[in-house]
Design a protein around this ligand. Structure first.
Ligand code: PTJ
Length: 254
């Protein structure tokens, strides 16, 4: 049995889940994640437990629709908050490259220090251009009061598609009002964001992001614009969310 440096035995039945927690705690200590982000993760974990801590077929369909949408977009942007940076900066950078998307830092609890820490984390993983930091976030999302309203005029403000993982409902609604296509990753199929987004991937971001990179890479190599369009046209978010809820309802004590 292997025990890693933080003391999690590799054969611990909940090892994976404990590693993810550690990544967030570590992200908190490094100034990427806010304390509230740890609470948000706890909520996510509970739903992850209920969907069986796996990427369901239902989530996989949403992942393919999301990949197709990003490939069809001309100005896709991946919005990165503290939790996303701590858990999957590497796949954010990969997805941006595969899908030709921009990366923008956009945080709810905004401080310049944390914006810079998130930017540095993304750069550490190979990101070359990062939008939305400091004075670059000079545009405003109309009718939104939170600090998330401040966006980059060359990024989220001008985007046709925005991927907003672990998002709050207010901004999702505001982005939809701006006629943007919104993709989210949210383990809670009942959240406001999940309900109002165009495509909701009900999965843990640590599994969804690598799957999204894989799907985008595969679709880019093998599929025409017409078949990408068919994938997006055939996707029904309400139906997909309903299926995720059914999976949760069926989860039972073994
Ligand atoms: O870094 P900041 O300042 O932008 O703050 C980030 C948080 C996450 C604190 C902020 O966006 C927030 O308060 O989010 P909410 O409103 O609590 O929503 C987070 C949603 O993400 C909830 O529905 C959770 O169930 C879900 N969630 C949490 N962890 C994961 C997740 N979904 C997928 N994968 C996860 N690991």
């Amino acid at each position: 049995m292997h025990i890693d440096h933080i003391g999690i035995p590799s054969d611990h039945p909940r090892a994976k889940s404990l590693y993810i927690r550690e990544m967030l705690v570590n992200g908190f200590r490094r100034g990427l994640v806010v304390p509230e982000g740890l609470i948000a993760h706890g909520r996510g974990e509970a739903y992850d437990y209920l969907i069986g801590e796996r990427t369901t077929k239902t989530a996989q369909r949403a992942i393919e629709a999301a990949a197709a949408t990003m490939l069809l977009s001309s100005r896709a942007v991946i919005s990165v908050n503290g939790n996303t940076a701590a858990l999957c900066s590497n796949t954010v950078v990969e997805l941006a490259e595969v899908a030709g998307a921009n990366i923008e830092v956009n945080i709810f609890y905004r401080t310049e220090e944390r914006e810079k820490a998130i930017k540095a984390e993304l750069e550490k993983h190979g990101a070359k251009k990062i939008l939305g930091v400091g004075l670059k976030a000079s545009a405003r999302i109309p009718e939104l009061q939170s600090e998330r309203r401040r966006v980059d005029p060359n990024g989220i403000y001008a985007a046709d598609t925005v991927l907003v993982p672990l998002e709050d409902g207010d901004r999702t609604e505001a982005l939809i009002r701006m006629n943007k296509t919104v993709i989210t990753i949210d383990l809670n199929p009942l959240s406001r964001t999940s309900k109002v987004a165009d495509i909701t991937i009900v999965d843990n971001i640590v599994r969804a992001m690598p799957a999204l990179v894989y799907a985008a890479r595969k679709l880019r190599r093998t599929t025409t614009a017409m078949s990408l369009k068919r994938i997006t046209d055939n996707f029904d978010n309400s139906k997909n969310l309903q299926e995720s809820l059914e999976i949760i309802k069926k989860s039972e004590v073994q």
